[in-house]
Structures are given as structure tokens and as C-alpha cells.
Design a protein around this ligand. Structure first.
Ligand SMILES: *Cc1c(COP(=O)(O)O)cnc(C)c1O
Length: 368
């Protein structure tokens, strides 16, 4: 079962930075010293060179094709990961309406952080909240309960720590819906035009850490508060094609490789099916046993982050240690939730989930 024996690689279930497809890593290694015969590495060339422009344009086009991103949306690449967007979103959008109000659906830790950050810039409604059930589900959301003058409504589409996701997205009418999709973008098909803005940092499903992708409807580009830093101003980012200053060129390059891999694997539709199968392999073990207990309310379970506990909590450390010695790496749950978590983003092969399921059954037989 140990994939380390042959390949010196583990199955990495870490939540992020997370594993990338092996084919992508191999390709990056092959090209690293000499990018396409220019005699220099991709990390040594100007962000304004023709070679880099080819890379960023290819990433942009692939994103559009794979994500089904309509013409009236722009892809922006912005420094600072998802949490920088916790600031950029209110700075760019909350002044859309003079009341400077927004609603944040609090479905977990990241949603809560986003709401707290936004509260620096306006009046934030967090009444829709699932804290009471310790975020084991996404709360029921009623768009009519939101002030019609709100500048936007923010959700977290997949809750990385708790292992929940929205299955159906709320209809917010004329109020733009903003979604943090960091832990699932391009893992399932989405109707992009249901959203005013989507953001995701790269390190879960798209590439290395440090950058965020922002997909924004064009009519939302022009509402930034005047004090918004230029590098976070969506209009400036759009007009400068994300190159207002030196972008993280390596991250863009890696993302392009990940997107090419995704295309070659059959695109988002194929990935969605594969991800559902992968999640099912693990949930089946959890549901079929009294030894393991899932953390999330079953209808809201994530296909990206499978969270569970052991009925006997004091076996957790042994479970994690033995898993690791079997080549199943980084299964420890987030400290806020406890237990175990298997993050199974696009790059996790089905075999990784099978190996974990086999290990879980084996561990149960030995200890139960
Ligand atoms: C990981 C994660 C973040 C944080 O991303 P950073 O790039 O570290 O800022 C935010 N939101 C969600 C949903 C995440 O999973």
C-alpha cells in the first residue's frame, strides 16, 4: 500500500498548500533550467517578456474555457492569496451603494474572517450563521432577509476546515453574489453568471500559494473606495492585465501547467465525476462503521475536504501516526475542528482515496 516505496512520494492529504498533479511537477522540473529553449528559467525572465505574456495569456484562455467563464467577466491575478481578497472585496465593492452594507453568510472559519475584515469598511450583516451547530452545515439562507440596499452578499462555497459545501447556490437577485471558492474552484461545474465575483487562492486546486484568482463581472470593476491601494483595485488590475507590478510569475506558470493537465484529464465535467467518486469512497467507510464519525451533516458534505473523527478520540494520534507510516500524509484535522481531514482536491488520484479507505478499514479491524 505504501506508494513511497516505489516512487518516494506519499499521498498528500494536506489542506493547502496541497499536492499538485505529478505530471505537472515533472513537466516543471524538465523545463525549469531552460524554458522552451530560451536558455533561461521561467523564473528568470521579465514579466513583460513575450515568453511570459504567452504564459499568462494561455492561463487566462484556459481558465475561460475550462471554467465556462462568460465574455463579460475578467480574470485577474492578484497578490496575497485569498485573505487579501477579504480586504479587496469590501474595498472594491462595498461603496457600490451609499449605505456601505454587505451580508456575509457565516458557514465557517474563513467566512468569519472575511466578515471581520469587511467590518473595517462598512456595516456587515452576519445574521445568517451556522456557528450554533459548530459549522457542521451551511446555514439556510433567505435572500429576502437581506437588506435590499446591500452592496453584495458573500458566501464561502466550500468550507475547508469543516468539510461542508453549498450544493445549490442562493439566488440573490440584483445583489451581486461574491464567493470564496478557494478550496474547490474547477473541481465541479459552476454557472459563473450566478456570481458577481469569485475568488480563490491557488494553493488548493490551482497551483502554488501567494496568488489569488479573481473572476469578476465587468460592471463591478468601478466601485472601489478612493483609498483602495492601486494593486488591489480591480479596475487597475483589469486595465493592466494583472501586471501593474511584478506578478508572481512562477505561480502563473504553474497554474498554466495545472490547467493544461485539467484539460487533458477531460476538463471540469470529468473532474467533477471523479471527485464525487473519490469522496464516496471515503464517506462509505465512515458511514459503514461506528468506529468513524463524519463531522458534516451528510447532505452538505464537501467533495474536497472529508472530515471525520474516531469514536475513541484517544486513538486519533495513533491513527495519524500509522497512516503516515503507510504513506498517507497530513491527515490531521484543523485545530479548530479536531479529528482527521482528508483533503482530496483535483490532483488527488482515486488510488489515494482507495489507499486511505483500505487503511481505515484495516485500522478499525485492528482496534475495534
Ligand atoms: C485556504 C483558504 C483561504 C486562505 O487562503 P490564503 O491564500 O492563505 O489567504 C481562504 N478561504 C478558503 C475557503 C480557504 O480554503
Amino acid at each position: 500500500m505504501n506508494p513511497g516505496a516505489m516512487t518516494n512520494r506519499v499521498y498528500n492529504f494536506g489542506a493547502g498548500p496541497a499536492m499538485l498533479p505529478r505530471a505537472v511537477m515533472r513537466r516543471a522540473r524538465e523545463e525549469f533550467l531552460d524554458h522552451r529553449g530560451i536558455g533561461a528559467s521561467v523564473i528568470e525572465i521579465s514579466h513583460r517578456s513575450r515568453e511570459f505574456m504567452d504564459i499568462i495569456e494561455a492561463a487566462d484562455t484556459l481558465l475561460r474555457e475550462l471554467g465556462g467563464i462568460p465574455e463579460n467577466y475578467r480574470n485577474l491575478f492578484v497578490h496575497g492569496g485569498a485573505q487579501m481578497q477579504f480586504s479587496a472585496v469590501p474595498m472594491n465593492l462595498i461603496a457600490r451603494r451609499p449605505q456601505r452594507k454587505a451580508a456575509y453568510v457565516v458557514s465557517g472559519n474563513f467566512a468569519n474572517m472575511a466578515a471581520n475584515e469587511a467590518a473595517r469598511y462598512g456595516e456587515i450583516d452576519t445574521s445568517c450563521n451556522s456557528a450554533e451547530s459548530n459549522f457542521d452545515r451551511v446555514p439556510e439562507f433567505d435572500a429576502h432577509a437581506v437588506d435590499a440596499e446591500s452592496s453584495y452578499i458573500h458566501i464561502t462555497s466550500n468550507n475547508t476546515l469543516y468539510g461542508t459545501r453549498w450544493n445549490a447556490f442562493p439566488d440573490t437577485g440584483d445583489i451581486p453574489l461574491v464567493a470564496d471558492m478557494t478550496s474547490e474552484l474547477l473541481s465541479r461545474e459552476m454557472d459563473i453568471d450566478r456570481f458577481g465575483l469569485i475568488f480563490a487562492s491557488l494553493q488548493k486546486n490551482l497551483g502554488p500559494s501567494g496568488l489569488a484568482l479573481v473572476i469578476i463581472r465587468e460592471d463591478l470593476l468601478d466601485h472601489a473606495m478612493p483609498e483602495t491601494p492601486g494593486l488591489l483595485n480591480y479596475r487597475i488590475c483589469a486595465d493592466k492585465y494583472s501586471l501593474a507590478n511584478t506578478i508572481n510569475t512562477f505561480a502563473v506558470y504553474m497554474m498554466k501547467l495545472v490547467l493544461e493537465w485539467l484539460r487533458d484529464e477531460g476538463g471540469v465535467e470529468a473532474m467533477e465525476r471523479r471527485n464525487a467518486d473519490k469522496a464516496e469512497i471515503l464517506y462509505e467507510v465512515i458511514d459503514g462503521s461506528d468506529f468513524y464519525a463524519g463531522n458534516a451533516y451528510a447532505p452538505h458534505r464537501s467533495h474536497m475536504n472529508v472530515t471525520f473523527n474516531l469514536a475513541e478520540n484517544d486513538l486519533l494520534d495513533t491513527f495519524l501516526r500509522e497512516a503516515e507510516s503507510n504513506g498517507l500524509y497530513a491527515l490531521k484535522g484543523h485545530r479548530k475542528v479536531g479529528g482527521a481531514r482528508a483533503s482530496i482536491y483535483n490532483a488527488m488520484p482515486v488510488e489515494g482515496c482507495r489507499a486511505l479507505a483500505d487503511f481505515m478499514r484495516h485500522f478499525e479491524r485492528q482496534r475495534a
